[in-house]
Unconditional design. Structure first.
Lengths: 163, 292, 784
């Protein structure tokens, strides 16, 4: 069954068109087209390393078929950086040293973006606990939790941030 | 086969309207599998745990995405996402246990994509929605080219991952009557295990401190959730049942598990789940009685 | 940008480059591995014809044996053979049996399903007890036994320590099979070009990989080139054991004539990558009535899976130099068994060998405290080492009975820092009976002396002495004054590039932006068999090498400056050499480099225009074993943990209320990195104690195939990590130029037992087995 389907997806504002087998995941579609910042960390859709924004909402790209995303718009972290300037969330992660090997970082930034924009801009801890459940193996999460709080402060206009 | 991440090949069909979906189901419903949000199906496909060679994508049927709150009834379109349900202020007012159930599903990414119809059709024994919906006598609306039918959720879910949906049918709506004013919801998840161990939901009607009706539903411990009508509490005052609650709950649960097919695995045995069901049901019950 | 964190900047901007991001040669085929579904079985036949019919390549044991001619060397004296694939018998679920290749990644997996293997199942050996007792079921017939190594080592007068002891306590423990599994799986790109092979993999260091590959493929080392990508998504030891897959991919490339790429799937990583050995431990402690320990006897049985794959049985011996932990004990006996079972082979894991080891030792201490009705803090306090009488190179050490050399630190002061919080929580426990407090005090070994693997063999049978912990660093100045640093190691999240640039910048008084660092594997640059990122050797060894190299570079530039400025009275400050008699006459590093590069011909005959420095730094106390005495690590640092838990009366589950680490790893270069390692290590240890186990059923089938099965906590499950406190002491460890000890592993060494001790305290019962799952907690709760 090597039927192929034409798929067009706008990634960080750039239209990507390709013919893919229906079984190809959005994750593999993105990576095959050079968006290697999106990572694969598991086979079951649990770890969140593959998280991107699809039509503005965070999704696990390994749990979406490329054909399902046809006509949609995907944002990765490279779509957040504007003219070389880091987005406040990127800045918050860097300032809190919220990464070690860096493999989970992209997924965390994208789900944090959705969370702070659409769910809880004050970064309510209860809601964090129910919403941001990506896996990190290196940091023990402490610095990432701090980064989410700092990002929240930045997005709420507090540019000085906390330590 | 230990190489996960790459589904087997299949033929892909997309329905943009309900009509198209029902036509496809009539044609290939027998061999085809329906995919909505894919949050339960995709993991299975990627782990090659499912054998499907035809996939019918219904995710874009926008006409099935809505939340209508009427006077006595909440109607939720089957393709409404978990996050939409979680954020609905109207649902929170009318039936907070449904809101809690939605919030405690997996994580934000899964809730953005997964749908209530998909979850109910999948019938995972530890599905968050089932206990609250069962306590509230929820009904499902199923559609096929042969017509529509309504079925009580408790009759729809037959066993683990088994419903009595027909191959040419689609769940299109969930209807929940608004008839209760006392609610409780309690869930035990452990570590990074994706599946809850125990979910306890309570719905009841209390007026002037007297219990008119009280229902408890427990998920995660048996092949499909238990529904327990707390009949011996009818007519009692909240105050007088307070210290009898624990023993009443324990004996009710012991009674209702006798006919049940119990679940146990290396995360939690049958014995553990039953014990936890009792503790968590008590907690949910206390919320329901305390909040009225 | 005020934050200097190079790796972090790449991560947040999406410009990291991991193995699966790397470009591949044209014609590259994807490899999928066919693996055994049985723990123990004979292979009757393999049929790959369907694969070929569908346009793929398939290679079974017959083909692979043509290229993989020799087994890997093993460190034990047992007649058995370890190949990276099964030949006539499979010995663990997941063992590679055949490989298939396809130009499409998805299709490769389809093809793997088309290989038909006929097996004759055999009875599996699943537990350590089975391995020892079921003598008629042999995993390797040629070995004659499933116990492939047994050694007894004794130090000091153990017999009299026990004979007249007023108190003797005994404890039996079991620590489970666990792996600190990283988020990125294994990846290999292998390209056989004629008689050469290029392998790029996210491996943890050149170390012995080239040697293993050379032996297996029967290729001279001159024909093997290893490299790694710039970024590795975590390793924690597991990516050292990638070498069997490097060989498989290289063999597939040889057989097909095409470059081959293999990316491991998550399921495979659970069942067939690596694992930390499960350990059955026995400990007897002889003591005085006041709690002072007279002697310790220990017996360890390590379950190493189906093959004693190097660096095993290292997990048993890694702590040999610190067998007495932080306690002043002169009489020690350690008996070691390496046992095989039908599970995947074990290997390096974060805190290699140590969570298992300290579980035995610290549970023994707790038993002693219980027997004597002494407070756990007090009994540790009474036994802590206080005197460091050995003097070497002007520094003071404590020499352990087994040959370890602990540099002087103040263990008691560190423990005293914990005491106040400890007493506060004891008060809290009086008000809330569900609270439990657990301690762990231990010595963190770092910088492994590779020679310790000799302990696997009786001294009489050792052929050659071995030792080694050194490493290379190269600094080269380009014509614009930028210093290029190269270290042959892997960058799996330890901030090596950032740290190196800052240390060198600090030594030279210049800005880190003038320093470019590459910290990755490339065997065309200098390296030794001890080169790599393991046993937390970066700060002690590589930063020391960096310090020395910076000084050498400065000296070289000083000589050039002398010539160029025309005076021998040259002083140096912040990147500028100047005439001390006439400070306005000066040249900065950039000018010197430019002059030397653009016109070396003008330099005097005896002046070297070499702007490159390569230093090999070997820690001075790392020597080969004498008998069974060996300084198994070059560095030892004290650490104390306190865990406070609360048992939830509804779920009986364990909740963390507080975690404190008292930490002294010498000089800290970047506190954020040190804290990150400590938080990460403690968390992994807690996850190991409460959730994660690479469990197998009684039938030898792995029961954990997904993160959900493994119960690995996500961020949403870990908000309590904000309750963790770390208190740093910084005793400069003068033995190394960097004055620093290793940091990465210590927190994981003590956290599992600290949790066990806390739960034991809450429930009033000993906890001598991990992990603690819901049913274990329910059973322990019992009627208490």
């Amino acid at each position: 069954m090597s039927e192929r389907i034409n798929v067009t997806i706008r990634v960080n504002g750039v239209e990507i068109t390709d013919e893919v087998e229906p079984r190809v995941t959005l994750l593999d579609f993105l990576r095959n087209h050079g968006y290697t910042e999106v990572h694969r960390g598991c086979d079951e859709g649990k770890c969140g390393a593959c998280t991107v924004l699809l039509d503005g909402k965070s999704v696990k790209s390994c749990l979406v078929l490329a054909v399902q995303a046809d006509g949609g718009s995907v944002t990765t972290v490279r779509g957040l950086t504007k003219e070389g300037e880091l987005h406040p969330i990127q800045r918050a992660f860097l300032e809190e040293y919220a990464m070690q090997c860096g493999y989970c970082t992209h997924g965390f930034i994208m789900v944090t973006y959705d969370f702070l924009t659409n769910i809880s801009k004050e970064a309510d801890p209860e809601l964090i606990s129910e919403s941001i459940r990506n896996i990190c193996r290196c940091t023990g999460y402490t610095s990432i939790i701090k980064a989410i709080k700092r990002a929240s402060e930045y997005l709420n206009g507090n540019t000085k941030g906390s330590s | 086969m230990y190489i996960g991440g790459y589904p087997r090949p299949f033929k892909y069909y997309r329905a943009n309207t309900l009509g198209e979906a029902l036509d496809l189901l009539r044609e290939i419903g027998e061999e085809g599998k329906v995919i909505a949000g894919g949050q339960s199906l995709m993991p299975m496909m990627r782990l090659r745990m499912s054998f499907l060679d035809k996939l019918i994508d219904i995710y874009r049927i926008n006409e099935l995405r809505y939340i209508n709150v009427r006077d006595q009834l909440v109607q939720i379109g089957a393709l409404t996402t978990h996050q939409e349900i979680a954020m609905s202020v109207d649902i929170a007012k009318a039936m907070p246990t449904l809101t809690r159930a939605a919030w405690t599903i997996a994580d934000l990414q899964v809730r953005n994509r997964g749908t209530i119809g998909g979850s109910l059709a999948h019938a995972d024994p530890a599905a968050n929605y089932l206990p609250p919906l069962m306590t509230m006598d929820a009904e499902l609306l199923l559609a096929s080219r042969e017509g529509r039918r309504k079925i009580k959720l408790i009759d729809f879910v037959v066993d683990s991952y088994t419903t009595n949906i027909k191959p040419n049918e689609l769940v299109i709506e969930v209807d929940i009557p608004i008839k209760y004013n006392a609610f409780g919801y309690s869930i035990l998840k452990r570590g990074g295990n994706a599946f809850p161990i125990v979910i306890a939901a309570v719905a009841g009607r209390i007026s002037n401190g007297v219990i008119e009706e009280l229902r408890l539903s427990i998920g995660g411990i048996s092949s499909h959730p238990l529904l327990i009508e707390m009949n011996e509490l009818k007519g009692a005052s909240v105050k007088e049942v307070e210290n009898k609650l624990q023993s009443i709950i324990e004996s009710s649960i012991d009674e209702s598990i006798r006919e049940a097919r119990l679940l146990g695995d290396r995360h939690a045995s049958e014995k553990y789940r039953i014990k936890a069901a009792k503790s968590y049901s008590l907690e949910a019950m206390k919320s329901a009685l305390g909040g009225s | 940008m005020s934050v200097h964190y190079r790796e972090g900047l790449r991560a947040v901007t999406g410009f990291t480059q991991y193995i699966d991001d790397m470009p591949v040669p044209r014609g590259t085929l994807y490899m999928a591995i066919v693996r055994s579904p049985y723990p123990h079985a004979r292979i009757k036949s393999i049929d790959t014809s369907d694969v070929v019919r569908h346009g793929g390549y398939a290679y079974g044991p017959t083909e692979l044996s043509k290229v993989i001619k020799n087994p890997f060397p093993v460190a034990v004296n047992a007649p058995l053979k370890y190949y990276p694939f099964a030949i006539d018998k499979v010995r663990f679920v997941g063992e590679p049996v055949a490989v298939v290749l396809s130009s499409d990644q998805y299709k490769a997996v389809d093809l793997a399903e088309m290989v038909n293997v006929d097996y004759e199942p055999l009875e599996p050996i699943v537990t350590i007890d089975d391995a020892i007792q079921k003598k008629d079921v042999l995993i390797h017939e040629s070995a004659g036994s499933n116990v492939v190594m047994h050694r007894v080592t004794r130090f000091g007068d153990v017999d009299s320590a026990f004979r007249d002891a007023p108190i003797i306590v005994k404890t039996e423990t079991y620590y489970h099979r666990h792996l600190a599994l990283p988020l990125e799986t294994y990846g290999v790109i292998a390209h056989r070009r004629g008689d050469e092979v290029d392998i790029t993999a996210n491996s943890q260091g050149p170390m012995l990989q080239v040697y293993f590959i050379s032996r297996a493929l029967s290729l001279p080392t001159s024909k093997i080139h290893l490299s790694s990508p710039r970024d590795i998504g975590g390793s924690f030891g597991s990516k050292y054991q990638i070498y069997p897959y490097m060989v498989l991919a290289a063999a597939a490339s040889t057989l097909s004539g095409k470059p081959v790429k293999w990316i491991e799937s998550r399921t495979e990583s659970f069942i067939a990558s690596s694992a930390g050995s499960a350990r059955k431990g026995y400990i007897e402690i002889a003591a005085e009535r006041d709690g002072k320990i007279r002697g310790i006897r220990m017996r360890f049985y390590d379950d190493e899976g189906a093959y004693p794959r190097p660096p095993e049985p290292g997990a048993l011996f890694r702590n040999h130099g610190n067998l007495n932990g932080p306690y002043d004990v002169k009489a020690l006996e350690a008996e070691y068994y390496a046992v095989l079972t039908n599970k995947s082979p074990t290997g390096l894991n974060r805190a290699y060998g140590s969570p298992q080891f300290y579980f035995v030792l610290e549970r023994g201490i707790e038993e002693l405290a219980r027997e004597l009705r002494l407070d756990p803090l007090e009994i540790r306090y009474r036994n802590l080492i206080r005197d460091f009488p050995v003097v070497l190179n002007g520094q003071r050490f404590y020499e352990t009975p087994t040959g370890g050399l602990y540099p002087m630190q103040n263990y008691s002061a560190a423990l005293e820092l914990l005491a106040r919080e400890y007493r506060r929580w004891i008060n809290e426990k009086e008000k809330d009976k569900y609270i439990g407090i657990g301690l762990a005090t231990f010595i963190e070994p770092s910088v492994t002396n590779l020679g310790y693997v000799d302990l696997a063999v009786d001294p009489k049978e050792r052929e050659h002495p071995h030792s080694g912990a050194g490493d290379y660093i190269t600094l080269t100045l380009d014509s614009s004054g930028v210093i290029h640093v190269f270290v042959n190691t892997s960058n799996e999240g330890l901030g090596h590039e950032t740290s190196l640039s800052e240390v060198i910048a600090s030594e030279l008084g210049i800005d880190p932006s003038m320093i470019s660092v590459e910290s990755k594997i490339d065997t065309s640059h200098p390296w030794s068999i001890s080169s790599g990122s393991y046993s937390s050797r970066f700060a002690p060894v590589i930063l020391s090498a960096a310090v020395l190299a910076s000084r050498q570079l400065k000296d070289k530039l000083g000589k050039l400056a002398s010539v160029m400025l025309g005076t021998s009275n040259v002083k140096y400050e912040k990147g500028v050499f100047y005439d001390s008699d006439n400070p306005s006459k000066k040249m900065d590093i950039r000018k010197i480099a430019a002059a030397a590069q653009w016109d070396p011909g003008s330099l005097p005959k005896d002046i070297d225009a070499n702007l490159s420095v390569t230093v090999y730094y070997q820690p001075p106390t790392v020597k080969a074993a004498t008998g069974d005495k060996i300084n198994s690590s070059a560095m030892y640092a004290f650490q104390a943990h306190m865990a406070v838990v609360r048992i939830d009366p509804e779920s009986r589950d364990v909740k963390l209320l507080k975690y404190i680490v008292i930490h002294d790893s010498g000089k800290m270069y970047k506190k954020e990195f040190v804290d990150g390692q400590i938080h990460g290590g403690v968390f992994q240890g807690i996850a190991a104690a409460l959730y994660e186990e690479l469990a197998y059923g009684n039938d030898g089938q792995p029961m954990v195939l997904t993160w959900s099965d493994y119960e690995s906590p996500s961020l949403g499950d870990a908000l309590w990590m904000s309750t963790m406190d770390v208190l740093h002491m910084e005793t400069p460890l003068e033995i190394f130029p960097s004055k620093a000890a290793g940091v990465g592993e210590g927190p994981m060494m003590g956290s599992p037992v600290a949790i066990a001790n806390a739960v034991a305290n809450a429930l009033g019962k000993p906890i001598n087995k991990l992990p603690l799952h819901l049913d274990d907690l329910l059973d322990l709760w019992g009627d208490s």
